[in-house]
Design a protein around this ligand. Structure first.
Ligand code: SAM
Length: 320
């Protein structure tokens, strides 16, 4: 369906849990939101299917499963399997930290998952552990190998670049695309959650990364319309993507809407407005489409990151 600015909304991102087995410095889960102690129950696999089916009737075609860490849901295969049966859904992708992925890649593919993005902010064991609050880099690398082997491709590796922390590894990440069938995507740190309050001290703008590397060749003509602008090094196997919500606003072409783990719809990542679907989902499911339509219609024209906006929720709860 179209929102009030004429944008076709056909992409749903679903956070299936606010919990995470990592504790990244820029995405530190707010315990009140994600521990389960003070938050409402997460949507069940059936409820996620019901909301997605209503969305599909309104024109959603592509779904991304995210979190929190989606692999923490023991019923993830059921969630994906339910979505895969919905008429109109043409692609199911997932964003994950990759821990425990190797053991489930085949089942997830059989359930209907098509492709995976894996977050990896450092290629150094100690630094990776420090950024992620104790994560094991070897487990993530094992997860990456497993999805390449299983054919959950193209694989995207997401790197949030943080000034003074991992910006000295940019060229090493670029080198990963020389012989490996993976795309590396550099993401600008967004002012979300506690770390985001001081984000200007930490953000590295993608335009500066690109300007410092004239050997990168742009590969798209319509890059100004896309969330990620792709480049490549001549002769390399994979591409380099730049996701630049701050230095390159693509709101005019935004096609997405988010379902949080607690069942609220978030029309824009950079705006605190949310519409609670749970009462209608549990008590008047026949009105679901009407509520979703209303929420999509209210999607703001653009995010407010550059206007001292700080998200009330961290990314884990929203679904990054
Ligand atoms: N646990 C999964 C993972 O690690 O990919 C999925 C959830 S995580 C919130 C999704 C993505 O959001 C990750 O790539 C993460 O790096 C990114 N992210 C989280 N907080 C962010 C922030 N403040 N700015 C930019 N990206 C952020």
């Amino acid at each position: 369906m179209l929102d009030k600015f004429g944008r076709e909304i056909d992409y749903l991102r679903i956070s299936v849990t606010g919990n995470c087995n990592l504790n990244c410095i820029y995405c530190t889960p707010d315990k009140s939101e994600t521990s389960g102690a003070n938050c409402r129950d997460y949507l069940t696999a059936t409820e996620i299917g019901t909301v997605t089916a209503a969305m599909a009737k309104l024109g959603i075609k592509k779904v991304r499963i995210t979190g929190g860490e989606p692999l923490l849901r023991p019923d993830l295969e059921e969630i994906i399997g339910n979505i895969a049966t919905i008429t109109g859904i043409t692609e199911i992708a997932m964003t994950t930290n990759g821990i425990g992925l190797a053991e489930r890649a085949e089942q997830l593919k059989s359930a209907g998952l098509k492709r995976v993005n894996i977050s990896i902010d450092s290629l150094e064991n100690d630094k990776f552990a420090w950024i992620t609050g104790g994560g094991n880099l070897a487990c993530v690398l094992k997860g990456i190998h497993s999805v390449v082997r299983t054919g959950l491709t193209p694989v995207h590796l997401n790197v949030v670049v943080i000034k003074g922390i991992n910006d000295n590894e940019i060229d090493r990440f670029v080198e990963l695309t020389r012989d490996n069938p993976v795309d590396v995507r550099f993401i600008e740190l967004m002012p979300i959650g506690d770390f985001g309050r001081n984000y200007t001290d930490h953000v590295v703008f993608n335009r500066d990364i690109i300007a410092a590397r004239p050997e990168l060749q742009a590969v798209q003509d319509d890059s100004w319309k896309q969330p990620a602008n792709y480049y490549r090094m001549s002769g390399y196997c994979g591409q380099i993507g730049f996701i630049s919500p701050l230095s390159h606003k693509f709101c005019a072409f935004c096609n997405r809407i988010r379902l949080t783990c607690e069942g609220t719809l978030k029309p824009c990542l950079g705006d605190n407005q949310e519409i609670d679907l749970v009462p209608v989902l549990r008590h008047e499911p026949e009105k679901l489409e009407w509520y979703i339509q209303k929420a999509i219609f209210r999607k703001p024209a653009s995010h407010h990151f550059e206007q001292s906006y700080v998200s009330k929720r961290n990314m884990a709860a929203i679904g990054g």
